[in-house]
Design a binder for this molecule. Sequence first.
Ligand SMILES: [Zn+2]
Length: 97
Amino acid sequence: MQHSSPRVPMESFEERLNSFSGIQHPIHRERLARAGFYSTGTGDRVLCFRCGGGVKDWQPEEDPWEEHAKHYPGCSFLLAEKGQEYINSIQLQDPPR
Ligand SMILES: [Zn+2]
């Protein structure tokens, strides 16, 4: 049974995509929005609508899903979309220093 809770802001892909309008970002906005991120309106800083995890100082070659898994492996959106195996593989690839 679904737990009823107030609507989460930025839960929809379109809403997240729209948050990037007028923002210069090194990463394609569609890729960011798909990975659960929306723009905070400050520089290249983005937040995940689900875990609230923030990522900034993006490099053009970075992958939004990888960054999500690297920094916020406990995110339930990430887990639902990519699965535990993906998260584990990213964590193994780049151990925290
Ligand atoms: Zn997240």
